[in-house]
Ligand binder design. Structure first.
Ligand code: KG4
Ligand code: ZN
Length: 340
């Protein structure tokens, strides 16, 4: 079989997005995501509702991905799916669907680690986007994870720093909740931060040794700060919302950049990539760009649609594993705590 004509279907269902994508060699032909609006009213993802919504969405989403790619399922060479980490009930929907489809079509099944996929999304062929050379550092920042990973090859990755409690996305979302913003609050904080003064309010950065992160104390500091200010002025939030958002975002970005600087210094690696939902943030994108002049970094920021959860990143890992002949068996199991 020619390695020049490979179609892979990628399926992602680890949290609250049901997604499917078709990749032809390294190029994305379709990238479909069904967001689950249902969680907004609960201020966070409700696992039971998520798995139910995945069950409703998965067939139409896969259909749409094939249709947009303009291929039939018989043309697929393999089915790749997110094995973990994530919510067990959600993972099970994608895993069982992928298994049955691969079995029915008699083609290979490929298991994908969601966190590796956020990193390997940088290897999607996309005009105007350069691929990082090995070794590089990848900071994965999402609603569930915050890691700094040393990437020596596609599948040779070492986590050199990670959060000891909350993820950075949670710091955004929980701060937003305290401010009365909707879920997830990251995009709204980003939008408001552009209109506010980042130095209006000061928040102390958590002190964590080495390359690890901690965000639970940060969230508590925001809570106490808001409670104190609202006691003195009940309209404090409304009157200062943009400034508060800008200051929160500024502090969080400072924490991330400090650790990246340290990681770069310790490893001597100056090629730096980011991935995960929080890498959609305009402030972190700008801070990284600034690092090029300030610290001599070469930085890699994914295309917007490959930052938050998507299946294109699953499909590209599927493609890379396909080329290596690295397939899964039918008895492969979803793994909520799968490690890199
Ligand atoms: O990668 P992702 O879609 O799902 C997980 O695997 O967690 O990340 C979702 C997280 C949420 O916490 C959301 O608030 C955050 O990414 N996020 C942002 C932005 N867009 C999404 N955070 C800050 N600024 C943004 N523009
Ligand atoms: Zn993710």
């Amino acid at each position: 079989m020619s390695s020049q004509n490979i179609y892979i279907l990628g399926i992602e269902s680890s949290c609250d997005d049901t997604a499917a994508s078709v990749i032809h060699n390294g190029k994305i032909l379709s990238n479909v995501v069904a967001n689950q609006k249902i969680h907004e009213e609960f201020g966070g993802v409700v696992p039971e509702l998520a798995s139910r919504a995945h069950q409703q969405n998965i067939v139409p989403v896969v259909h749409q991905a094939l249709k947009k790619a303009n291929i039939t399922k018989e043309q697929l060479n393999a089915v790749a799916f997110t094995r973990g980490p994530g919510l067990m009930g959600s993972l099970l929907v994608g895993t069982s669907f992928a298994k049955s489809l691969a079995y029915g079509l008699n083609i290979p099944l490929i298991d994908v680690n969601h966190m590796q996929a956020h990193i390997l999304a940088h290897f999607i062929d996309e005009e105007g986007f350069k691929k990082p050379p090995f070794p590089f550092l990848a900071m994965t920042i999402s609603g569930g994870h915050t890691q700094i990973v040393k990437v020596e090859d596609y599948f040779k990755m070492t986590v050199i720093g990670e959060t000891i409690d909350d993820a950075v996305g949670e710091a955004f979302d929980k701060s937003g909740k305290i401010l009365g913003l909707g879920y997830p609050a990251g995009p709204e904080i980003d939008k408001r931060a552009k209109l506010g003064n980042p130095k209006a309010f000061q928040f102390t950065k958590p002190k964590v040794d080495g390359l690890n992160f901690s965000f639970s104390g940060f969230k508590t500091a925001i809570l106490y700060f808001i409670q104190r200010e609202v006691k003195a002025n009940p309209n404090f939030i409304e009157e200062n919302l943009n400034d508060i958002c800008a200051s929160i975002q500024y502090t969080i970005i400072g924490i991330l950049i400090d650790k990246l600087k340290l990681a770069s210094k310790q490893t001597g690696i100056k090629h730096i990539a980011i991935g995960g939902g929080v890498s959609a943030n305009s402030g972190i994108r700008q801070a990284l760009k600034n690092g090029e002049q300030k610290f001599g970094w070469t930085t890699y920021v994914p295309k917007f649609e490959f930052t938050t959860d998507n299946a294109a990143m699953i499909a590209i890992v599927g493609y890379l594993k396909y080329l290596e002949g690295d397939f899964a068996e039918q008895d492969v199991m979803a793994s909520a705590r799968l490690k890199i």
